[in-house]
Design a protein around this ligand. Structure first.
Ligand SMILES: Cc1cc2nc3c(=O)[nH]c(=O)nc-3n(C[C@H](O)[C@H](O)[C@H](O)COP(=O)(O)OP(=O)(O)OC[C@H]3O[C@@H](n4cnc5c(N)ncnc54)[C@H](O)[C@@H]3O)c2cc1C
Length: 437
């Protein structure tokens, strides 16, 4: 047993041990590096699930940290950029963060609100106090330390509930370790489509979509058929919106559950004893029995199976929660790729045109790491992900948490490994040597 596992084991049996007290003792949240001085512990960028998980694991290992978040709240993606009907796509046991299970009262697929409540309880339990409104605008290794610059944005709510920027200030933080936890979904991807600027109807990214309620009775086009596109289409249709969905590429759609078992859980179980190709054959056979032939509905499948494709390209299969039934019943129309927009209608590549009141771009997200991290050995400058799949550790104390394309399960695995690694180094060198110079 390594010494940290041992310490944790002792703590688990210590009735006086409180994570909150430990958080205070490790000086989490004390003012650091405002004028560029060296911070003793690691700097974590991003207070989403990954940043919070790293912070909790470090707390339990007695390592102080500074957690920098660009927004004024934790988990800004979940709080501000998700639709109301959202539930976790995977069963709760695959989505819990390290050291704290979901409450047993939670359903198998917790709602967005329940997940946010769980995260609030998580930060209370581990005494996590992020530095809010600290957007990291650059980070660079100077040969000895990571120099991280932030822009602090002070805003106020003005007429109509909009936010106005009152002032900005820059700060510099320096540390031996930098944990990148800004997420795979940091910025929305908005594609350039011919004529889109001339379109007179509403155009928005799915990150700004909340509910189908305001669109009742109108005609809405959803562009994209990933998990978001499928679920936004379902939500619109449930609100009596005339819904169409653009399917441009091939896509694996699997039922969320097969015979009452989570498809994700079933695949993990099968993969323990069978090859990826065999698992794919079984999954596709069962899917065909549950959903039928999705190609006949206008959603053709890739030639490579879902698990193999995930392994090769990181592309996640869509888990159906009712959209396929709506397509079959004709409530949701599937349309081919868009050729161009005009003032009131949209032309598709099959030559047909159709008018719409609004267009929702469910066209995905991208990492923002290349915009601020001046490093391209570990992180690939083109997509802002680590170059090698499942990599969490770079050189010179650089770490990536939450970039393995494995959702919250991957987040937990990364956080535990990163905290173990930093804690080992912290203990080897000794706290005194890390203290502010
Ligand atoms: C609609 C939707 C539904 C999803 N559902 C599931 C699901 O059911 N199960 C699942 O496992 N996964 C799901 N995911 C994937 C989800 O993104 C992750 O599971 C989880 O949010 C990843 O956490 P994270 O901390 O890595 O990233 P994020 O949640 O994106 O958090 C990153 C944080 O970093 C901050 N940040 C970004 N840039 C900077 C900067 N320059 N400076 C300071 N702070 C910065 C952001 O404001 C944010 O708070 C879903 C994603 C979406 C979009």
């Amino acid at each position: 047993m390594d010494r940290f596992a041992e310490t944790e084991g002792k703590r688990a049996h210590d009735p006086l041990y409180s994570p909150r007290r430990a958080a205070r003792a490790t000086a989490t949240g004390f003012p650091v590096g405002e004028h560029g001085e060296v911070f003793a512990g690691p700097l974590i960028v991003g207070a989403g699930p990954a940043g919070l998980a790293v912070a909790a694991c470090l707390t339990m290992r007695g390592v102080p940290y500074a957690l920098l978040e660009r927004h004024g709240c934790i988990a800004s993606l979940w709080r501000h950029r998700t639709y109301r009907r959202l539930r976790l796509h995977l069963p709760k046991r695959y989505c819990e963060l390290p050291l704290m299970p979901f409450p047993s009262s939670y359903p198998e697929y917790p709602t967005r609100e329940q997940f946010l409540d769980y995260l609030e309880e998580y930060i209370r339990t581990f005494g996590i106090r992020p530095f809010f409104r600290q957007e990291v605008v650059s980070a660079e290794f100077d040969g000895e330390l990571w120099c991280v610059r932030t822009k602090e944005i002070v805003t106020a709510t003005i007429d109509g509930g909009k936010e106005a920027v009152l002032s900005t200030a820059t700060r510099e933080y320096r540390s031996k370790w930098l944990v990148v936890a800004t997420g795979e979904n940091a910025e929305p991807v908005v594609p350039e489509i011919d004529g889109i600027d001339c379109f007179k109807g509403q155009v928005m990214h799915s990150c700004d979509y909340r509910s189908g309620e305001p669109y009742q009775g109108s005609k809405v086009l959803v562009v994209g058929c990933g998990n978001s596109g499928m679920e936004v289409s379902l939500d619109l249709s449930n609100h009596n919106v005339h819904t169409s969905m653009v399917v441009r590429d091939t896509m694996h759609v699997l039922p969320r559950e097969i015979m009452g078992l989570s498809t994700f859980g079933l695949s993990l179980w099968l993969l323990m004893c069978l090859s990826v190709q065999t698992v794919d054959k079984i999954l596709l056979l069962l899917t065909r029995l549950v959903l039928g032939d999705t190609a006949r509905l206008g959603i053709p499948r890739p030639s490579i199976g879902p698990m193999e494709l995930k392994k090769i390209s990181g592309k996640t299969p869509v888990l159906d929660v009712g959209t396929i039934a709506k397509i079959k019943s004709g409530d949701i129309k599937v349309l081919p790729a868009i050729q161009s927009f005009r003032e009131h209608d949209v032309k598709f590549i099959d030559g047909k045109t159709e008018d719409f009141d609004a267009v929702i771009l469910a066209t995905g997200y991208k990492s923002n790491v290349p915009y601020w991290l001046k490093e391209n050995d570990f992180f690939f400058e083109k997509d802002g992900f680590p170059r090698k799949p499942n990599e969490w550790k770079g050189k010179n104390g650089l770490y990536a948490a939450g970039f393995s394309r494995r959702g919250l399960l991957g987040v937990s695995i990364d956080a535990t490994k990163i905290a173990d690694d930093i804690a080992r180094c912290w203990s080897d060198i000794g706290y005194e040597k890390h203290k502010t110079k």
